[in-house]
Design a protein around this ligand. Structure first.
Ligand code: FAD
Length: 449
């Protein structure tokens, strides 16, 4: 029986373990955290993620898509909150099913682990942290947090699904000629909560991703099942404004009163949460190769952590699982063949989504409050309606289709440049000749279908 050891039972580790176990592979998972399923499957308020087409498709391969979507909240567009004046909804897509879904991170992980626990040939060891790995010797060292016992076990094949700060990647870097870079944004993030109103009702529109774009920074909010919203403030670590300047309760609430006046009354625990919750960093990790000698592989954030502004980190990691599974089938479980092909297939695409995510930060914080951006979305929808199958917006290519990320990047950039140019020169959609714009796009890039 083919055997594999996964380090990390988070989102990609749990899904990949499930896929491989169902192919008859004997899977052992070492996960640093305790098993949180009992109290997390009935999740309410929690940290949430946007799930879209790629992630849903990968979940469908293990029959979990309907179950996960039943506990997700569809978000139809960006709900823009200016400093003053009326809010507006900019739809993501044209069709009713062109939505993204807010899901609980812990709830989703719990569903995957629960499904995995029903597979006879899969074992998950919780509170087991990988502390060292020697890929040449095939020796994995694990610390058992419950017993405080550290042991070394022989492993024939290891897949590192242990996230952005991967211990497996660190070990591979020391054993092979791996190139590596990490780039932090000057922005960090902090999570805050909009609770339900006193009577249990919703305080803001539930079927949208809320954005407070403010030029160099922004806040967003995604809905939870318990009618609360998880807000994330993205702000420079240092500067004016910056996290370093918000060092007192007065400074924090004063900043919110000036910058997010309509959000302040929605955040009754702002001051407590602001100082209790950590400020996280935002990093892009690039490394190559992701594999060593048919014995070790990196997947998900361990191979390619990206910033969260396209809502694709998990979706991309789930797509990784699907691609690996296809190669596993094609090459009869021969890791020597599978690992290099996986790297070759995914690396250009994960580099592309890393760039798309960085670009989208600028769009979300700087331009989504700009009327030209709203006009561009309207024009995109008009083009999609008029030229079905021939024009697909960049956002749709990434979120509603499974067009390779590299293609979405290349086509999307040309489209964005042409459409932004047209929308900057017109003051309303009525002034724009959609046929002429399509002809121009067609000449530049051909069809997207
Ligand atoms: C603020 C923020 C918002 C985001 N929003 C979105 C979004 O809307 N949509 C989206 O698609 N993505 C989003 N992402 C990205 C997404 O969270 C990641 O891409 C995704 O979690 C990657 O999955 P993974 O399995 O590779 O890593 P993880 O989910 O991080 O899982 C890694 C697992 O490995 C375990 N582990 C770590 N070290 C060890 C060790 N030494 N030994 C054993 N186990 C270990 C961890 O405990 C964890 O369970 C967001 C990220 C951030 C930071």
């Amino acid at each position: 029986m083919c055997e594999v050891t996964l380090v990390g039972g988070g989102l990609s580790g749990a899904l990949l373990a499930l896929m491989l176990a169902r192919r008859g592979v004997k899977v052992t998972v070492y996960e640093r955290r305790a098993d949180q399923r009992a109290d997390q499957i009935e999740e309410g308020r929690s940290i949430n993620l946007a799930l879209s087409a790629r992630g849903i498709h990968a979940l469908s391969l293990v029959g979990l898509d309907s179950e996960v979507l039943a506990r997700a909240i569809p978000m139809r567009g960006r709900y823009i909150h200016p400093v003053s004046g009326p809010c507006s909804l900019i739809p993501y897509g044209r069709k009713p099913d062109e939505v993204i879904h807010s899901v609980s991170r812990r709830g989703l992980n719990a569903h995957l682990l629960d499904a995995l626990s029903r597979e006879a040939n899969a074992t998950v060891h919780f509170q087991h942290r990988c502390t060292h790995y020697n890929p040449r010797a095939g020796a994995l060292t694990v610390y058992d947090e419950a017993t405080t016992n550290e042991f070394t076990t022989e492993v024939s094949c290891v897949i590192g699904t242990d996230g952005a700060a991967s211990a497996v990647r660190d070990a591979m870097m020391h054993s092979s000629r791996m190139n590596y870079s990490q780039a932090y944004l000057e922005h960090g993030y902090k999570e805050l909560t909009i609770p339900p109103a006193a009577d249990g009702s919703l305080r803001i529109e539930p079927n949208a991703l809320h954005i407070w774009p403010r030029g160099g920074f922004m806040m967003i909010a995604l809905p939870n099942l318990d009618r609360s919203f998880t807000c994330t403030l993205f702000l420079p670590h240092v500067g004016t404004p910056g996290f370093d300047q918000l060092s007192t309760r007065e400074a924090a609430s004063g900043f919110f009163a000036r910058t997010f006046p309509d959000a302040l009354p929605l955040l009754p625990n702002l001051e407590d949460e602001f100082f209790r919750n950590p400020t996280g960093g935002l990093v892009t990790v690039r490394c190559s190769p992701w594999h060593f000698d048919g014995r070790a592989l990196l997947l998900g954030d361990a191979a390619h952590a990206i910033v969260p502004f396209f809502g694709q980190g998990m979706n991309c990691a789930f797509e990784d699982c699907e691609v690996l599974l296809n190669l596993f089938d094609q090459h009869a479980a021969n890791w020597d063949e599978v690992f290099p092909r996986f790297f070759e297939a995914r690396k250009p695409n994960t580099d592309a989504i890393a760039q798309l995510a960085l670009d989208n930060f600028v769009e979300m914080r700087d331009t989504s409050g700009d009327p030209r951006f709203a006009r561009k979305r309207q024009l995109e929808h008009k083009l999609e309606e008029r030229f079905p199958g021939q024009f697909v917006s960049k956002y749709a290519m990434v979120s509603f289709h499974r067009v390779p990320y590299l293609e979405a990047l290349e086509r999307g950039r040309v489209q964005d440049r042409i459409l932004m140019d047209v929308c900057s020169r017109a003051s309303s959609l009525a002034e724009i000749d959609a046929d002429a714009v399509f002809a121009c796009l067609h000449e530049a890039i051909g069809n997207v279908s």
